[in-house]
Design a protein. Sequence first.
Length: 308
Amino acid sequence: MTTRVQAHGIAGNRLFAGTLSFDDPAVADEAILPVVSSLDYPAQGSNVAETRINAAFNRLLTPTLAFTIDSGWLHQNWPIGNLSGADKTNVGLKYEAWRDNRHEALVSVGLAWGIGHAGSAAVGTDAPNTVQPGVFFGKGFGDLPDSLSWLRPFAVTGAIVDETPVGSSRASAFAPNLSTGRFDPLAAPGVETLHWGFSVQFSTLYLTSRFDGGPPKEEPASQWVPLVEFKFDSPSGGKTAATANPGFAYVDRTWQVGAEVIVPMNHAGGNGPGFRAQLLLFLDDLMPSIFGKPLLTDRAPAGREMKW
């Protein structure tokens, strides 16, 4: 049997919800407008309350290859005053390397370029050029036997991105000086940082009559997906910042909304709970006249076939 499905984040009966704290395995025409987060954490020998607004855009070049770009804006509240500025900007490519619809598995790889000094020194996002190879994966458990049917609604996704500085330029930032009440400029070399994380997701589709153990009868959208994300940032020679992020996503055909609580797992991860929220637009379904097919081919991403 052959079934046709939409392109975004789907492998078999499994829809992998777009994660909020790291990239998901989908390769599709998407826009994130925006991701908003707020968290208090230690930095520069002090503490800062940071609000971050980020946006991202992915455009398919072929059914399995997308151009990506992301950036944002930060506002920081320090004990001696406030600072605001642009986040760093990254551009890159993302490629769907492997999918197995029968076993609800999806793997993508990416390579991004962090544009040197595109961010603001005021908020510590000024940095040298960086290269960022990454792997993104998802695996659903809908293929498990009847004896383990209670696990079928669950899935895991994950990402590993190695951000490595390129060249000899140094990063610029400002550090609060509590004795003078001013921000002192400082310079530091770029540091290689491993960004990694994983999520555990629960598909409510598996609790309905829409799933009967066989191939999907329709696109598995319009569902709630409770999830927990675990995010880690590990700078070379420094302490890993770790957070657990319980929340939910609601996935419709043309959009997804999600929200989660940021719970620090160690001191580097934050001083207390924060929050994160996201609006994700599936552009191929939202504006098919513009995004109905990739830029470099006439083959539409909706034409992917699943053979059962």
